[in-house]
Design a protein around this ligand. Structure first.
Ligand code: ZN
Length: 180
């Protein structure tokens, strides 16, 4: 990856050997390696059995989870917040696991819509919840810094599964709880 970054710097018209840039390929490769570490995470190892029997049947909400991801079209960051709700069905998941599940999928080359869906489907699959809702609100540097240069636009995406999709009252409760 270092060589590839050296070529990019050259293609920009810069001198990759000048002081200030001579270690950049190395640093940029390390940064990109970190920004895509989701590919090297295994969802089962991340959850690590943190599913606990519970008779709780009220909606569980985790909101304002920070998201940092890279758009797969421009390799530019998009970032924002993720809100998650699920309706337990005999099991609850350790609360610290939810942001880590988010990172497994966010730290890859992504589009926001797929990221939203992958998080929701994973939580549904591993918790066996009656319903799952995921909403992501994010700002995309590929829109803000280039192209249409819309600096204040935010994109919202949602994925509702199970009762969160079929029951209007569940969905309303979720939307109500995350907007507080
Ligand atoms: Zn983009």
């Amino acid at each position: 990856m270092q060589d590839a970054y050296r070529q990019i710097i050259q293609a920009i018209g810069e001198d990759p050997l000048r002081p200030g840039l001579n270690k950049t390929p190395d640093r940029a490769a390390k940064a990109m390696h970190f920004l895509t570490h989701g590919y090297r995470l295994n969802i089962e190892e991340v959850i690590n059995g943190a599913l606990f029997p519970s008779t709780a049947n009220e909606m569980v909400i985790v909101k304002n989870i920070e998201i940092y991801s890279l758009c797969e079209h421009h390799l530019l960051p998009f970032f924002g917040q993720c809100h998650i709700g699920y309706i337990p069905n005999g099991y609850v998941i350790g609360v610290s696991k939810i942001p880590r599940i988010v990172d497994v999928f966010a730290r890859r080359l992504q589009i926001q819509e797929n990221l939203t869906m992958q998080i929701a489907e994973t939580i549904l699959k591993y918790t066996g919840a009656l319903g799952v809702g995921v909403i992501i609100e994010a700002q995309h540097l590929c829109m803000m810094m280039r192209g249409v240069e819309k600096q204040n636009s935010r994109m919202s995406s949602s994925c509702m599964l199970g009762e969160m999709k079929t029951s209007q009252s569940c969905r309303n409760e979720f939307l109500n709880l995350i907007s507080r």
